[in-house]
Design a protein around this ligand. Sequence first.
Ligand SMILES: Cc1cc2nc3c(=O)[nH]c(=O)nc-3n(C[C@H](O)[C@H](O)[C@H](O)COP(=O)(O)O)c2cc1C
Length: 163
Amino acid sequence: MSKDGVKNAAPIGIVCKGKNKLGCRLFVGTKTLKNIMETRKYVVNIIFNLINFVKSTIGNLDTEEFTDDENIAILKNAEAYIICDVTDIRKMDLIKDHVTSNGEAYIISSDVVKIVKNNPCAKALNRGVFALLECLTNYTRLDLVILGAKANIKFHMFQMAVH
Ligand SMILES: Cc1cc2nc3c(=O)[nH]c(=O)nc-3n(C[C@H](O)[C@H](O)[C@H](O)COP(=O)(O)O)c2cc1C
């Protein structure tokens, strides 16, 4: 949420850094980074609705998709959510990796303030799990395809492994 009270959501990779400690890496240019720098507070909404992922990546969600709670951007369809207070914002060294060349990013460290489980079995989507499944699927096809396609499949497997 911005300092002016505008609610925003985006898919972001979250890492667990210890008991009640979360972190993420945010690229300069995202509203998420700007808002977190302004308010030093955010919510991790754990959702399974892929339409929400699409909409919040290429634009923003409709205001009706957030709860009426003031000063906090909780999603109505969150399986669970985690309210966090930021403890540290640190600029990363310029990144030259597979994600972006010379991308400017900040590491956000936070304390967990509150956890709410709307679904007791809530589980966050994990990109690594999906990447592994895709790699395995490609692996099983390697011997079925012609030579040129084989190189293509190996390239895709490599791409997923480095991500
Ligand atoms: C699965 C997924 C994970 C993402 N993880 C991150 C991330 O960890 N950090 C980041 O800066 N952007 C990440 N992004 C990209 C942002 O979601 C994207 O730039 C988004 O448009 C930012 O929206 P905002 O400007 O409303 O903050 C990710 C996107 C997807 C689809």
